[in-house]
Design a protein. Structure first.
Length: 280
């Protein structure tokens, strides 16, 4: 079980430090695919799992693929779930593979009824295979399809309703997409079903200024959480109550102490909001 507290993303540079220092982390989340190959990384994860709660976060299942899921990938995920017994399993609203070729990016989907059916089908297949509910994460985006007909928050809510999956609310992704596409991030939060929120993600991003004077925010997970995202997180805590919250940091990974400091900041915001909106 993942506690309703602030955890951190566990990356390879910190494996040994976690085992040697036994930091006071509430829980860890790992990218599932990093452990498909077995070997030393999986041995480290086994050892860390003995003392800490762990969640698995997938980045390559490609739930938006029209051709269905990669059975080998799903099987490897299932084997890891069985071995690690994670408190939570999550994946992205994205597509990452076609015809057996896997890409390094979480690619955006047109938000249409057809896509909704595809994602719901693939989610049901995944949950049936794993024998458990998974969480679906909202993406960060830099473009929108002209053919999209469903607002993203409605799409996320409807997928959850059709499949009984949970929602991983990435607050940084909402902020990034809201800035890039000029919508109200707080309205997005208010439109999500509070009872479906099983986890929150927080991360840093960077602002890139373009030659034509415009700017775009890039979800690079390479810095501390910015003040604007912390403010949006406070709104999320007010709406959803205490839920497991994760600090993500994937590029220019800092010392473990920096991640623990960010988690402590998240914990302070959670502790200052006594109302659990899902049970009030």
């Amino acid at each position: 079980m993942i506690p309703a507290a602030a955890g951190i993303g566990l990356r390879f540079p910190h494996h040994r430090a976690v085992l040697e220092e036994r930091p006071a982390a509430a829980w860890f989340e790992v990218h599932a695919e990093n452990y498909f190959g077995g070997g030393t990384p999986l041995e480290y994860l086994d050892a860390i799992r003995r003392d800490y709660a762990v969640s698995l976060h997938g980045v390559g299942l490609s739930l938006g693929s029209v051709g269905g899921l990669d059975e080998r990938h799903l099987s490897r995920l299932g084997s890891l779930v069985k071995r690690i017994e994670p408190g939570l399993v999550s994946e992205h609203l994205a597509w990452t593979a076609v015809d057996g070729t896997h890409f390094a990016d979480l690619l955006p989907l047109p938000l249409t009824e057809e896509t909704l059916s595809v994602v719901a089908h693939n989610l049901k297949v995944t949950q049936d295979f794993l024998g458990r509910q998974i969480l679906l994460e909202n993406p960060s985006s830099y473009l929108r399809y002209r053919g999209s007909t469903i607002p993203e928050w409605e799409f996320m809510s409807e997928v959850a309703e059709r499949t009984d999956c949970g929602i991983l609310c990435d607050v940084n992704n909402i902020f990034v997409s809201a800035c890039n596409h000029r919508f109200d991030a707080r309205q997005y939060l208010r439109r999500l079903p509070a009872q479906r929120i099983g986890e929150i993600h927080l991360a840093g991003h960077r602002l890139r200024r373009l030659e034509d004077g415009r700017s775009i925010r890039i979800d690079d997970h390479g810095s501390r959480v910015c003040p604007e995202v912390w403010a949006l997180y406070v709104d999320a805590v007010t709406l959803f109550g205490r839920v497991p919250t994760l600090i993500e940091w994937d590029t220019d990974v800092p010392p473990l102490a920096v991640l623990l400091d960010e988690a402590a900041q998240a914990e302070s915001f959670m502790s200052s909001e006594p109302t659990d909106a899902r049970t009030a």
